[in-house]
Design a binder for this molecule. Structure first.
Ligand SMILES: Nc1ncnc2c1ncn2[C@@H]1O[C@H](COP(=O)(O)OP(=O)(O)O)[C@@H](O)[C@H]1O
Ligand SMILES: [Mg+2]
Length: 404
């Protein structure tokens, strides 16, 4: 027997739990789907599509609902002799309107006729109009994760292409999707009003909604009898507590399944969910900490100490002396307070620390308070290298003793 053999006791089809799997039916989201359908209504009437801006946090079904509705729209439209061309683009790896335009042109062109860079912006737009005109009819362009684009020129150009005489046959609508609530505010007002003709917001999922989503996937992914309601409910409860993110919940379910496989049990247990959560949390923290610069790790270590001494939430200026002390031990030059504060901000962005804004009251003005948002034990493991260099300092040393 070789080292590898298929084990199929648990999973019927594990890939179903991956994020790129398009579910046949959307679970719940009735209100949102109704609004989305009404925003798309002009298309089926053969009219110019409205531009739609869809926003909501990660994992709330923006991409899945869009994919689902657009395929339904396309097949329903055939019945009414409306011809729709869909172009779905993820802007994650694109940073400018220029790159997006090239991507769109290439989606419309044959593989043997692709454009690369080297053209002026003007030439690229001209090619884009030509391609869109040659398709004609109704064209819907999805720009998923549109907040990755730094300049909004394409978000202005496409909606105004008809008015500017660049298009006459083609009726083009844009669907812009964003995780970032602030993206809308960052747009110039002329772009805002053209892109956000119809605005849709998807809220985070509640536990019972996550439970239904997980149930749907679990039925396909696992063999009958392998997974109980209780296990699903537990994954959903954690998911709702974390961020109401269906992607995270599906990841948790998959990790739970993997642990059951690893343990060679015949079904998933609730205790596997806890183990799975710990293991996912651990990789998140380890990856987060490994991605920090040495300075970032030192700032984190200082915050960790203050946390263990019960001195958090704390202000950046109260972290500074401790930070300088750790620098001293590590034989590293300390940063000025401003730079140190940037590192605290980064920790908050990574979800390792928590940052709350406070008001000074009468005198006005605001400041931030920082605390840890991650298990200290995990952080300590992830910070081991820094701890080795710096050494265990005073109270932290006592705390280590307490731990072991
Ligand atoms: N209402 C839903 N019904 C079925 N699956 C869903 C639903 N919402 C989200 N999902 C699934 O959860 C995962 C994350 O959803 P996704 O649409 O990618 O989120 P977003 O684009 O908002 O970040 C995907 O695998 C998706 O299929
Ligand atoms: Mg998405």
């Amino acid at each position: 027997m070789g080292l590898f053999e298929p084990d199929t006791e648990i999973y019927r089809d594990r890939d179903v739990l991956r994020e790129d799997y398009q579910p046949e039916k959307i679970v719940g989201r009735d209100t949102e789907l109704r609004q989305y359908i009404s925003a798309l209504q002009p298309v089926i009437n053969g009219d110019q599509p409205s531009n739609i801006f869809l926003y909501g946090k990660a994992g709330v079904g923006k991409t899945a609902c869009t994919g689902y509705l657009l395929s339904e729209l396309q097949s329903d439209a055939e019945q009414y002799n409306v011809n729709i061309t869909l172009i779905r683009t993820n802007c994650e790896d694109l940073s400018t309107s220029y790159q997006v335009a090239i991507q769109l042109i290439n989606e419309l062109r044959l593989p043997s006729n692709q454009v690369t860079t080297g053209y002026s912006k003007r030439q690229v737009y001209k090619m884009l109009w030509e391609e869109l005109e040659s398709v004609g009819d109704t064209i819907i362009i999805v720009l998923d994760e549109v907040d990755h684009i730094d300049d909004d020129s394409i978000l202005y150009q496409i909606p105004h292409a008809r008015a500017n005489g660049n298009l006459s046959e083609a009726k083009v609508g844009i669907i812009g999707i964003s995780n970032d609530f602030k993206f809308r505010e960052s747009l110039s007002s002329k772009v805002q009003s053209s892109l956000c003709e119809k605005e849709l917001q998807f809220p985070a999922y509640e536990a019972d909604e996550l439970r239904d989503i997980l149930r749907q996937r679990a039925d396909v992914a696992f063999y009958d009898g392998v997974i109980s309601e209780a296990v699903i409910a537990k994954c959903a409860a954690y998911g709702a507590k974390d961020a109401g993110d269906a992607r995270q919940s599906l990841d948790l379910l998959m990790e739970t399944g993997d642990i059951a496989v690893e343990k060679r049990t015949s079904e998933l247990a609730e205790s596997h969910v806890d183990e799975a959560r710990e293991s996912l949390e651990k990789s998140r923290v380890v990856e987060g900490v490994a991605g920090l610069t040495h300075q970032g790790q030192i700032v984190l270590y200082a915050l960790l100490m203050l946390n263990e001494e019960g001195k958090t939430p704390t202000r950046a200026r109260d972290v500074q002396p401790r930070y300088e002390m750790v620098c001293n031990r590590a034989a590293v030059d300390p940063l000025v307070p401003r730079r140190m504060r940037d590192h605290l901000g980064e920790l908050a962005m990574l979800g390792i620390a928590n940052r709350i804004e406070r008001n000074k009251g009468e005198s006005g003005g605001r400041y931030y308070e920082y605390s840890l948002d991650t298990s200290p034990k995990l952080l300590l493991q992830a910070l081991q290298e820094t701890v080795d260099v710096v050494g265990e300092i005073e109270t932290t040393a006592q705390w280590f003793d307490g731990q072991t």
